[in-house]
Design a protein around this ligand. Structure first.
Ligand code: FAD
Length: 404
């Protein structure tokens, strides 16, 4: 047999390979990625990595994992085309590989900025370790940084570079920060705290062009005409899913590679997981494409079970974290459809949680430096348990008792 090929050696692809073996799959497993190094953790790239000049990428698994589990990892390879009828992958350079099952874990790439000057040296978006190295190098020798986009990655970098003494301005088109990913009270809190640290935050405006001097970026000019000096511009305006391979093969696409509750695409022997996969979420009933380590790894585990004959449907509780300066944000659940919330703890102590309800149903818990609330939130949502508002207000002990 020709086995299973996994395209993409990020969080999803590596977990899929590991889970296939854990589930007892004994056919060949080939794992293909474009990167040269061992597959590594992405979250530290916008957190510890840019702070510490000596930091190295942290491998997801050591080298012995691939050997020991007979996982044929092929770094530095670009897959050009899927030949569905022939069940082959065509690789850059002309070689091809046969498969029985294919897992597409091609992830996403930074959205590019359609403005004049976006191609200037010193304008960087962050996805890979090379990007993080470049940000580390450029930021070491600059005074002014402009961050385009008030999402997690942009704000993590903004807080870090501000703490390192740079002048940092964040420009966000929407009228609030973190609009896609957290509810308004948390977004507002993060804005205030970053402002207190000295990060300048402009919302409701965009950058209309970037200017250069001596072949390097020197300023960002806002739509309102303000000229913001910048020797480093970080573009953090979201990502686009890498759907092209699947799309060209005729696999159904809808915001991402469309998958069912067992991670199968419109072609049953092809599965898809991670940032690139879009699906009907069991929790909200809406269509989503989630960009998180949890989503990538839990979907990968399920895809491996599907391939080894499992029939369970995706039902993992979504969770996410972000470290923005001294704020450890942890989110569990999805706030879509929430109509009320309850705050516990003290924002003035930089420690609080927001519990979101849709009617009486608990749908999400968002925490700042309250990891115990987050863990409890995960347990409650996994159990389908909604506490009363009184129990939430009473605190963790009351919640634990109610859950038991
Ligand atoms: P990726 O990790 O993007 O992997 C995609 C893989 O596909 C790569 O190996 C690529 O080489 C390969 N590939 C694509 N096309 C081809 C092709 N044609 N041929 C061969 N190979 C191909 N999530 C959190 O939950 N918490 C965080 O704090 C957090 N912080 C983050 C910080 C940064 C800087 C970044 C970039 C992401 C962060 N994320 C975080 C998001 C998280 O890293 C992603 O959700 C996760 O990496 C998705 O995994 P994936 O395997 O789907 O995609």
């Amino acid at each position: 047999t020709s086995g299973t090929i996994i395209v993409g050696a990020g969080h999803a692809g590596v977990q899929a390979a590991a889970s296939l073996r854990e589930e007892g799959y004994d056919g060949p497993v080939v794992l293909i990625g474009e990167e040269q190094e061992l597959p590594y953790h992405k979250p530290p790239l916008s957190k510890t990595f840019i702070k510490d000049a000596a930091a190295k990428p942290q491998p997801l698994r050591g080298e012995s994992f691939y050997e020991g589990n007979s996982i044929d990892y092929r770094p530095g390879l670009h897959v050009e085309r899927i030949d569905l009828a022939g069940r082959r992958l065509e690789l850059a350079g002309g070689a091809s590989l046969a498969f029985d099952r294919l897992i597409l874990a091609t992830g996403s790439r930074p959205r590019s900025l359609p403005v004049e000057g976006a191609g200037l040296p010193g304008v960087v978006s962050l996805r890979e370790v090379a990007d993080a190295r470049l940000i580390r190098e450029l930021s070491a020798s600059c005074t002014d940084v402009v961050v385009l986009g008030g999402g997690f990655i942009g704000l993590e970098i903004a807080a870090t570079l501000r703490a390192a003494g740079r002048n940092v301005t964040v420009v966000e088109a929407a009228d609030r920060l973190l609009g896609r990913v957290v509810a308004a009270p948390i977004g507002e809190y993060v804005r205030q705290r970053l402002a207190d640290l000295g990060v300048r935050i402009l919302t409701g405006t965009t950058v209309s062009r970037l200017e250069g001097e001596k072949g390097h970026v020197s300023a960002a000019v806002t739509a309102a005409g303000e000229r913001l000096p910048a020797q480093l511009v970080i573009v953090g305006v979201g990502v686009v899913p890498n759907v092209e391979l699947a799309g060209q093969a005729g696999i159904a696409i809808s915001n991402g590679i469309r998958v069912d509750h067992q991670m199968r695409t419109s072609v049953p022997e092809v599965l898809s997981v991670g940032d690139v996969a879009s699906y009907r979420h069991w929790f909200t009933g809406g269509d989503v494409r989630l960009e998180s380590v949890q989503n990538a790894t839990d979907q990968a585990r399920l895809a491996a079970r599907t391939i080894t004959g499992g029939t369970d449907a995706y039902g993992a509780v979504p969770w996410f974290w972000s470290d923005i300066g001294d704020m450890k944000l942890q989110m569990v659940g999805l706030t879509a459809g929430a109509d009320s919330h309850l705050t516990v703890g003290m924002p003035q102590d930089n420690r609080f949680s927001v519990y979101h309800f849709a009617g009486d149903r608990l749908v999400a818990v968002e925490s700042v430096n309250r990891p115990a609330d987050h863990m409890l939130g995960r347990k409650m949502l996994a159990a389908g348990f909604s506490p009363s508002r009184e129990a939430v207000a009473e605190g963790a002990d009351a919640l634990k008792a109610a859950l038991a």
